[in-house]
Design a protein around this ligand. Structure first.
Ligand code: NDP
Ligand code: 2IT
Length: 451
């Protein structure tokens, strides 16, 4: 092939599939981005000849390590840990850590790839990374979780640093786990630095980091509805998940006058036709986080609600849907059902919750559809602000941070609008987010030459 002949989208994806055999989540994430980027690059020789997308879709490095720990019964347990450092063209690697039995190298590679675009979209100087383990925190004692976190950090510490790679929380990793990992990092290195975000407020954490992902996803919804001169007042929402992102998304919807009908966990979903108000959300937060209970127990507390075992909530009619649990939890048929039942907007709190068929269904129906890399970026954005506060050795005020989060979400919306507006005024947020995120990273990579 002559140097100027470029591979087309299909040839590119064939290569990605071949090089990443048995990594379906990673291939899926790359496919979703490549569909838009190939169109964008058509007349841009510099990106083609520098192989920019090919390079972003090849992590800078994947570190895989053994994590040994001792359970309460004295048994030695062995898990696998990873850190995927995808791209640091615009800042230190940044992204969460996930503890869940479904974690594989493919899952973490897709998350680190997505994170690269998401972090660029925030406008803050952060590269993309992700880490985690197939460790299952469910059913483990707090001491077991502590020992696991310490062992995980005993290897991870040598790969991270405030200017190198800054992990945070994700599924199964909240304030408690960040505390254990930060404690171990500090103990090993004897350094108090901003090496992790999502820290406690007493030891370098930022106000509103806990709330930021869920709140940000709802601010993004507000921005989308504002393009139709509408707000969230009186609108119904169906939400999946009942963890950090889901409960804070629910909280912000209620604050803005909307009505939340569902929440879920891996056991099924609850439907509360009276609406899940602030008091009920507080009950769920305590129940799921502190008591580590199951969502099905909601119906014992609130008997007007019903529990639907083993089901996702997408069959409940609503104005807007927020998938806030995990990847591929909303499939093509679910998307069609939502559209048929009148759903007008989708804001993804989770990463890649909608499969490719679902993405195409939402785009074809031209509803307001925000991909996670745009709508859930509020969390990592406030993590970026936590890094700035740590560097300054100061803590900013809550109202300042609230305003910054709102401004960042509005900025992301604007960038999606700029690159995603189609003939007739329809905004393709997927395309807008992919192109805006790509362009920033790609231009930095061009400046660095072939490295
Ligand atoms: P949490 O651990 O707090 O909550 C996860 C929720 O999702 C729980 O309700 C859990 O149910 C459910 N869930 C997890 N895995 C599955 C599964 N395989 N099938 C069904 N339900 C599942 O995590 P977060 O709220 O932090 O994260 C949720 C999503 O948001 C993830 O996709 C994450 O990557 C994304 N995200 C998180 C950010 C953050 O700041 N925390 C930032 C941006 C995105 P159960 O209790 O049964 O496990
Ligand atoms: O997916 C995500 O953006 C996160 N889990 C948050 C990452 C971070 O560094 O705050």
């Amino acid at each position: 092939m002559a140097v100027t002949d470029h591979v087309n989208l299909n040839q590119f994806m064939e290569g990605v599939k071949k090089r990443n055999a048995y990594q379906p989540e990673f291939v899926q994430a790359v496919q979703e981005v490549a569909e838009d980027i190939f169109e964008f690059m058509e007349d841009k020789e510099e990106y083609h000849s520098a192989q920019i997308l090919r390079r972003i879709a090849e992590p800078d490095r994947v570190v895989s390590f053994r994590v040994c720990w001792e359970d309460d019964a004295g048994n030695i347990r062995v898990q696998r840990g990873w850190r995927v450092q995808n791209n640091n063209a615009i800042g230190p690697y940044k992204g969460g850590i996930r503890f869940h039995p479904s974690v594989t190298e493919s899952v973490l590679k897709f998350l680190a790839f997505e994170q690269t675009f998401k972090n660029a979209l925030t406008g803050l100087p952060m590269g993309g990374g992700k880490g985690g383990s197939n460790f299952n925190p469910k059913g483990k004692s707090v001491r077991e979780i502590m020992r696991f976190c310490q062992s995980f950090m005993t290897e991870l510490y040598r790969h991270i640093g405030a200017d190198i790679d800054v992990p945070a929380g994700d599924i199964g990793v909240g304030g408690r786990e960040i505390g254990y990992m930060f404690g171990q990092y500090k103990r090993i290195t004897n350094q108090f630095t901003g090496v992790l975000t999502g820290k406690g407020l007493e030891w370098g954490g930022s106000l509103i980091r806990t709330e930021a992902t869920g709140y940000g996803a709802v601010y993004f919804l507000e921005n989308m509805f504002a393009t139709k001169d509408e707000n969230l007042e009186g609108k119904t929402a169906v939400i999946s998940g009942s963890g950090n992102v889901a409960t804070h998304a629910a909280e912000k919807i209620v604050q803005l006058g909307g009505k939340v009908l569902t929440l879920s966990d891996s056991g099924g979903f609850i439907h509360d036709p009276d609406g899940i108000d602030q008091e009920k959300i507080d009950w769920v937060k305590t129940h799921k986080t502190h008591r580590r209970g199951r969502i099905e127990e909601y119906v014992e507390e609130y008997p007007n609600a019903t529990f639907h075992a083993g089901k996702t909530p997408w069959g409940v009619a609503c104005d807007m849907a927020l998938p806030c649990a995990t990847q591929n939890e909303l499939l093509g048929d679910d998307a069609k059902t939502l559209i048929k039942n009148g759903c007008r907007a989708v804001s993804e709190g989770a990463n890649m919750p909608t499969d490719l068929d679902g993405v195409h269904a939402f785009k074809d129906a031209r509803i307001l559809y925000a991909p996670g890399k745009a709508s859930n970026a509020g969390g990592v954005a406030v993590s970026g602000l936590e890094m700035s506060q740590n560097s300054e050795r100061r803590s900013w005020k809550e109202d300042e941070l609230q305003q910054m989060l709102k401004d960042i979400m509005a900025g992301i919306h604007k960038r999606c609008e700029e690159y995603g507006t189609q003939e007739g005024g329809y905004i393709d947020y997927v395309k807008g987010a992919n192109i805006a995120g790509f362009k920033k990273v790609a231009d930095a990579m061009l400046a660095f030459g072939v490295v």
